[in-house]
Design a protein around this ligand. Structure first.
Ligand SMILES: [Mg+2]
Length: 171
């Protein structure tokens, strides 16, 4: 079984457009790190972390991945606040009893939190994928628009079953 790390925002839930529009509406100066941090600290993440934002049947797709027994699955997600961490954990634990959830502070690379060598990361952010490959991992880009940016790309999580064989090796 291959270790598989699944990003949350822009992969499990389509939270990013709502978050950015809320940030804009808040009147915060988006070029000012401090103002962005203050916005995140007070933002109610339960307004975007819910079933309304399920991305391309992600929950059912993850259940298919579990059933395939090809992967040892964990969630690996950056957070901006403790509220965000709690909401994501509650949401995911409610859907999946046995999947490990790894919360990563925004300022820290995902490669610093887990052993990336020979493990798979599915992520919509190229910055994370670049670091992942640099640290010996296998990077798969998730893109609603199927924009590859030089990576193998999927727009639905169960497409991993077409990319990795029964042993979790690349086909
Ligand atoms: Mg993401």
């Amino acid at each position: 079984m291959k270790r598989l790390y699944i990003d949350f925002d822009g992969v499990v839930l389509d939270t990013i457009p709502y978050l950015y529009s809320a940030l804009e509406k808040s009147g915060a100066d988006v070029s000012n790190e401090r103002e962005i941090r203050i916005f995140y600290a007070s933002f109610d993440f339960s307004t975007i972390i819910n079933d309304d934002n399920i991305l391309n049947d992600s929950i059912n797709s993850i259940n298919k991945l579990i059933e395939s027994k090809r992967f040892e699955i964990s969630f690996l997600t950056h957070v901006n606040s403790l509220d965000e961490a709690c909401r994501k954990t509650e949401y995911l634990r409610n859907k999946f009893k046995d999947i490990t959830i790894i919360i990563v502070p925004k300022e820290i690379s995902k490669t610093k939190m887990v052993h990336s060598k020979d493990a798979i990361l599915v992520d919509d952010y190229s910055g994370n994928l670049i670091e992942w490959e640099e640290n010996g991992g296998i990077a798969i880009r998730f893109s609603k628009e199927m924009e590859s940016h030089g990576y193998r790309v999927i727009d639905k999580l169960d497409q991993l079953l077409n990319i990795f064989d029964e042993n979790g090796d690349l086909i």
